[in-house]
Design a protein around this ligand. Sequence first.
Ligand SMILES: O=c1[nH]c(=O)c2[nH]c(=O)[nH]c2[nH]1
Length: 313
Amino acid sequence: MTATTQENQTTTSGAAGSDTGTNIVLGRNQYGKAEVRLVKVTRDTARHSLEDLNVTSQLHGDFESAHTAGDNSRVVATDTQKNTVYAFAKDGVGSPEDFLLRLGRHFTESFDWVTGGRWAAEQYFWDRINDHDHAFSRNKSETRTAVLLVNGSDQQLIAGIEDLTVLKSTGSEFHGFPRDKYTTLTETNDRILATDVTAKWRYNTLDVDFNAVYADVRAILLDAFASTHSLALQQSMFQMGKQVLEAHPEIQEIKFSLPNKHHFLVDLSPFDLENNNEVFFAADRPYGLIEATIEREGNPTEAAIWANIPGFC
Ligand SMILES: O=c1[nH]c(=O)c2[nH]c(=O)[nH]c2[nH]1
């Protein structure tokens, strides 16, 4: 911190902090460009391909004088950060994780006061229309996510999947729960189990084929959901995480946030009709919300890292 900056802080705090006598100083801060929408068309041949992302770049470092003295000499403009995202896309994205690693390296190596940052991406998927070479329809089944956290030499990559909607029309039970005077739920040994899978997993190495691992994690999540005879969404979720960690030593832990999308049996008796688990009311709210971290024994999750990933316990 420079003497000038300190002077400015003291000056600034004079008015605001005079009641308490405390100095007012800049705390944690980051800045950058949020939600840079990027579509890259690879058109080396007549058969084009698309990469569709929403990228956020935020820098950490010494930006004190910009806040306290209006000195922008260290402020890599958010507009520059946005332009860098587009310029880097010229060479293709590859995987969201590799793209974020390129961005992180670039900013920390180009500006010596940039000591880290947070780079995040969502990726959206497109399917070919009838195997067409350059016509696509948006596949809304899920969003792929990635977050890169850089703090000096420490790099943490957290990949994920959001809103992968799945449903089992049987093979799900829920009973044995405690009953008190507020309990009305009937026990069931045959119900619909449905959720939107949102999961995030942290890599313990950067030496990963990120696209291949993403595809495999997705497949494991689906297969574990389908093949687990479920006694609760909690049990299905644990199986999903366990099978991912068993198959992928490069994944340190995985976190889930799973809404239990309730499907209530409709009473058809007023119409003299039986309802043998065929007709349901699909409620949108309230929903159960089942969340957990599945981790490796003896290696508890580092909460400080996950504090940068909102929405996960
Ligand atoms: O799979 C479930 N887990 C619960 O914790 C719960 N609670 C509830 O009312 N229904 C369910 N289902």
